[in-house]
Structures are given as C-alpha cells and as structure tokens.
Design a protein around this ligand. Structure first.
Ligand code: ATP
Ligand code: MG
Length: 447
C-alpha cells in the first residue's frame, strides 16, 4: 500500500477521553472511531489487524479439529426462554421487538442457538465428538463501556461449543481447547496465562480464564512467578491424543494462578514467598465445561451405544477477538506508539523515502516495494511529500515491526537502513539484503 493513497487518519493530539495507552494509541493511529458508547467503526488500519487476529484464531481452531459455521447476531427470545436465561440474563441483554411484536435480542453469546442446531440434526453418539465454533459480533449492554475496544458493548468474539457423549470425552475437549488457546495467543506475540476462574452463572468446577498481565487490566490475579517462564513454543501436539493434551494442561495449570474470585490465601501461602505475585490482568479468553446443563434443558439428546437417549456433555470456549487488539497494545507499546508483534502487524514492513521526488530514491523505494509484493509480503510505502521527521513519527505510531529508510546519501554507498521498531536498532544493508532479512523473519513465523 502507498500511504498517499491509503486512508490513515492519524491524530496529532492525544484524545482526552482515552484513559489507557491502547485506547489512546488506537485512536491516534486512526484504527477505530467511536460511533456510540462502546460501539466502534473499524477504520482500515484497525480492520486489518482485526482480520489478522481473526485469521489466527480460525487457523488454530481448525488445527484442533473444530468446525467453523456462522450464526446470526439477532436471535429469537424463544430459545432463551427454553433455557431460562431470557429472564436471568438481565440488563446486559439488548432486547428488540420486531414489527410483528416478536421478542428478539442481539446475541450476547450462543449456547442456546448452537444447542438448537445440534438437537435438530445430531441423533446418534456415532456423530460425536463434535466442536462447532463461529466468530461473530456480540452485544452486551455493559453498564460502563470503557477502554475502547477492551470493554465495548458491540464486540467481536470467537465462541465455540463442544458436544460429547461422556464427561471424560468432554474433558478432553476442554484440555484440547486449553492447548489450542496457548498456541493461539503465542502466535499473536502474547503471553496469556490460564488461571483458575469462577464459573459464574454457568457454574461448574472446570473453567479457566486466560489473562494477559498488564497494569491496566480489570482483573486482579495471584500467581506463582514460575508460571511466566512457561512457553508453549513450537511443539507439535496431536490434538486427538488424550495423554498429550492432558500433559500440557497439567504443565500449564499445576502452579498457582487464580483470579480474585477463586483466590485462596491459605493455598497461596504454600507458594514460596519470593515467587508469590499479585498483579492486574486482561481477560482475553475463557473455557468452560458445564456438563448437561443446556442439553437437558433443551432436549439435546443422542442415542447412546445401548440405544437409550442420553443428554450430551457440553462446554463453551470464548476468545475476545476485538479485545485482543487492546490487550496486545497494552503489552507492547512505548512512548512513541504501538509495537506490533510480527504475527499480527497490519503491514509487514514500512518503507520511508527521505527525499520524495529524488529520482534514485524514488526508484529504490519502488523496487523494494515490488520485491516485497513479489514475496507475498505487505509493505506500507510512505511516498508522501513530507518531512522525514513526520514520516518517522507516523511509522513509530502505527508500530510496524520493521522499517526501511531510503535516502540519496545511503544509496550513494549502495545501502538502505533497516530498523527494528522494538529495539530501535538500525543496520545498513544493500536493498537486496534488507529484503532478504525481512523475508526471513516472516518466513520463520509459525503458522
Ligand atoms: P468480562 O468478565 O471481561 O466481562 P466475560 O467473562 O463476561 O468477560 P465471556 O463470556 O467469558 O466474557 O466472553 C469471552 C471473551 O470475550 C472474554 O474472555 C473477553 O475476552 C471477551 N469479552 C467479554 N466481554 C467483552 C466486552 N464487553 N468487550 C470486549 N470483549 C469482551
Ligand atoms: Mg469470561
């Protein structure tokens, strides 16, 4: 993309309404625009990152064997009356009446609808196990929408639902989700720690929240510092293997790590004092096993091996796709702006032309641009007639991990400058070597 033709409405001033860094930076970098409290337009740069995050979530879900579908945002109240949640859900549910006087709602989640789909088609245990998921907009009429996309009213969420014959099978689905989530967040450059959480109205002993440590997080968390040394890394997992998934779950959940709802001072005291930490965290996902709660209420039975109908065991699993943009920025920024991890960056590399209009500089930039495109990479070329300082400030603000600076002086010596946004370190390389180095970095990303 050539910046002169792009739509990147960066702001010079710091928006007064934004209280935390990620919200400020998303507004300043022209990523989002608030349309009503907790409701945002995704401007081109923000939309690009949202789609990158969404793609990673899809890839990792499907790697784990989960099947995508798409349910609507609007739902009929009838299904929610069957489960009893139409009355229980309270004021966070946005209720709508259509022209015929029928009660509708903008879905805050989809347990009822997926259970309805399941019971309509699946009749035999032979069709299990089954995990269906979608990535769709949700609406929760949060009392205090704030922090930009972190606590919106309309937000984008991946929600998945597993259907299994037995509790044992459903617990494997639970473990499998935990493993796939670890991989998902790491691909986004995030450390999200699974912490024992509270089931809330869904209930059940089996639930973990995934938290990104950040001072601005809304959750208070307590953990054994050893947990932050754990990395999932590039290990290959057979998601069908009960033993392998179980082993990862045990590795990542055996140390103390809890949200304030499940925190227990007496148990925490058993952790050596120098390793005890309390901190703030951003919840970026949650997994549940809740047994037969919905299947019994809504008659989602299958015929078991003995021919008798049995209610299926279920769990649900959510990732806050739009919240993740905020969480990633909270975890990765500096005074100058955002620092995107390579896995989610909106453009792979920025090209800054120090002297637009200079024949050699223009030609060198064009050539770099075409080389990156030929390699399947996505460059952003700042080809505007602007001061170098302004161009650098924009690149730093929008946070592309790599920048190539091209100017007549360097070109005389046959070099351009490659700069790493995270470390600020620069090196002079021939244009060919600069392209190759950037290409190698992206080729090394797991995906
Ligand atoms: P919270 O405790 O933050 O209100 P929740 O536990 O009610 O969230 P879940 O039902 O577990 O949320 O939803 C799955 C994920 O969706 C959460 O882990 C979070 O990342 C995201 N999410 C929930 N509410 C919002 C919101 N208002 N805005 C943006 N993302 C949200
Ligand atoms: Mg939650």
């Amino acid at each position: 993309m050539r910046l002169s033709r792009y739509f990147l409405p960066v702001l010079k001033e710091t928006p007064a309404e934004a209280q935390i860094a990620s919200h400020r930076l998303m507004l300043r970098a022209g990523m989002i625009r608030q349309q009503a409290a907790g409701i945002y337009s995704w401007l081109p740069l923000g939309y690009k990152v949202l789609k990158k995050i969404e793609t990673i979530v899809h890839e990792e879900q499907q790697r784990a064997g989960h099947i995508p579908l798409l349910m609507p945002t609007l739902q009929s109240a009838d299904l929610w009356r069957e489960s009893g949640r139409y009355d229980d859900y309270g004021e966070e549910m946005l209720r709508i009446t259509d022209r015929h006087g029928r009660d509708m709602l903008y879905g805050p989640t989809n347990e009822e609808m997926i259970t309805d789909i399941f019971r309509s088609y699946v009749k035999s245990y032979k069709d299990l196990p089954l995990t269906l998921y979608h990535i769709q907009w949700k609406f929760r009429d949060e009392i205090r929408p704030r922090f930009g996309v972190m606590r919106g009213r309309e937000f984008y969420m991946k929600d998945g639902y597993n259907f299994d014959l037995t509790k044992e099978d459903a617990l494997h689905a639970y473990n499998r989700h935990l493993v796939s989530y670890l991989r998902t967040y790491e691909r986004m450059g995030l450390q999200a720690i699974p912490m024992r959480a509270d089931g809330g109205p869904i209930g059940g002993d089996y639930t973990h929240e995934f938290l990104v440590l950040a001072e601005t997080g809304e959750s208070e968390v307590f953990y054994d510092s050893e947990i932050t040394d754990l990395k999932f890394g590039s290990r290959e997992i057979d998601y069908d293997s009960v033993e392998q998934c179980q082993a990862v779950l045990e590795e990542f959940t055996s140390r103390y790590a809890r949200t304030d709802e499940t925190h227990d001072e007496a148990v925490f005291a058993e952790v050596p004092e120098e390793r005890r930490r309390s901190a703030r965290g951003i919840e970026v996902g949650q997994i549940f096993y809740f047994g037969t709660k919905y299947s019994e209420a809504m008659g989602a039975n299958v015929q078991g091996p003995d021919g008798k109908p049995v209610p299926v065991h279920m769990g649900s699993h959510g990732i806050g796709v739009s919240r993740l943009l905020g969480a990633i920025i909270e975890a990765s920024h500096d005074d100058k702006g955002i620092i995107w991890p390579e896995g989610v960056t909106p453009f792979h590399v920025g090209i800054v032309n120090l002297k637009q209009g200079d024949e050699e500089a223009d030609a060198a930039c064009e050539s770099l641009y075409k080389s990156f495109e030929a390699l399947g990479l996505d460059p952003l070329y700042d080809d505007r007639n602007e001061r170098a300082g302004g161009k650098f400030a924009t690149m730093d603000l929008i946070g592309l991990p790599w920048r190539i600076t091209v100017g007549p002086r360097g070109l005389k010596n046959g070099v351009v400058e490659l700069t790493c946004r995270r470390t600020g370190e620069s090196e002079e390389l021939s244009p060919v070597d600069a392209v190759e180095k950037v290409a190698m970095i992206y080729a090394g990303l797991k995906g």
